[in-house]
Design a protein around this ligand. Structure first.
Ligand code: DX5
Ligand code: ZN
Length: 216
């Protein structure tokens, strides 16, 4: 699979969100990662469907909605209607056996996510149901954190399992991904790279994304 760079708009300047999205799109972004937080599952609030709907109008890039919310099954249809192309849900918040097929039924790519404190084995029964698997490399809730120790090893462990079971499901990595460490995640087996502060807090998005792509 082609390796993909997914800027997370959580670290963008929300006062000029449209311009920020156009800038990363021009710079070679493959997906737009949108972090949806509810203040319950994670200790932060972000955005909901109206913002996704507005973003849908200004970019052709696929919108990757990462649902860090309780009862995600209540909202998947609304996110699909707002324009989401990819929807990921956490193993900690729902029954993946039910919610992943429901996301696919809506016509979206379905992602299964685990937090740093959840073992990769938790995902094994659901891998076949997912279009991609997201390994959180920070405790979700905020941009700009450092990756948690052991994250790279976790990606490698999952990659080994997927290979052994002949499952061609891409691994997405989210949290603390930067030009400086992206090669490490790629080497472990990640193929989709979410980066918020690692892109939006740099001066030159073109240079940053080009460098990232050269390392993966
Ligand atoms: C964290 C979010 C991430 C976040 C990543 O809960 O899921 O997508 O925006 O931000 P950085 O890349 O700055 O760690
Ligand atoms: Zn995210």
């Amino acid at each position: 699979m082609k390796k993909l760079i997914a800027p997370s708009i959580l670290s963008a300047d929300f006062s000029k969100l449209g311009e920020e999205i156009h800038a990363v799109e021009k710079a070679g972004a493959d997906l737009i990662h949108i972090d949806i937080m509810d203040g319950h599952f994670v200790p932060n609030l972000t955005i909901g469907t109206p913002v996704v709907k507005s973003i849908r109008k200004i970019t052709k890039l696929p919108l990757d909605c990462h649902l860090m919310i309780e009862y995600p099954e209540r909202f998947i249809e609304a996110f699909k209607e707002a324009g989401a192309d990819w929807i990921s849900v956490h193993a900690e918040t729902c029954d993946l056996a039910k919610v992943l097929p429901a996301i696919k039924k809506l016509g979206c790519k379905a992602g299964a996510v685990i937090n740093p404190n959840t073992t990769v084995e938790t995902l094994y029964p659901f891998c076949k149901l997912a279009d991609y698997i997201l390994i959180m490399t920070v405790h979700p809730g905020f941009g700009g954190q450092k990756k948690v120790d052991g994250s790279t090893e976790k990606i490698a462990e999952l990659k080994k399992y997927l290979k052994e079971h002949h499952l061609h499901i891409p691994i997405q990595v989210d949290g603390g991904v930067k030009v400086e460490n992206i090669a490490e995640f790629a080497h472990a087996g990640a193929e989709i790279f979410v980066s918020g502060s690692g892109i939006f807090h740099t001066k030159d998005y073109v240079a940053t994304i080009a460098q990232m792509k050269s390392y993966i």
